[in-house]
Design a protein around this ligand. Sequence first.
Ligand code: CO
Length: 176
Amino acid sequence: MALLQIRQYGDEILKKKAREVTAFDSKLHLLLDDMWDTLKEHDALGLAAPQVGVLRRAVIILMDDGEPYELINPVIVEESGRETMNEACLSVPNKQGDVERAAFIKVEALDRFGVPFTLDADDVLATGICHEIDHLDGILFLDRAFAVQDCTPEDKENRKAIKEKRRAEAKKKRNK
Ligand code: CO
């Protein structure tokens, strides 16, 4: 297990465009495994490779129901609807903001072995994927948010409470 350092707002690497992944080898797998350790350590929803200093097009997302997603070279091929959600980011600590994004997306991506797949996403997953793909293009949610606020300790507690509620609901569903 290895925890990676999260690049913070102001770091130039967060503004750069990441290159496509071309080698689906043990080096990529190690990067992804370390990204998973790092995401779980911070109890985050998603993480993109540039946030740990690697300018490659790889993102991971862990839904509150425990469903993990790994997307290499992801491309949004269809989108529809608009939805506004309050977002936060490991690279922008103590800030939150409302961002309007597509409500539904279809994504084409590769898995860690280079096998292509298509994914339909809506709601939190769609927002998460859009947020993470933005990182691959050097864009932060701050660049899109129409209202940015400081994250108070109460906000953090609320986020945690919502996460725990979703987790408990998912667990209940699985046990049925
Ligand atoms: Co982020």
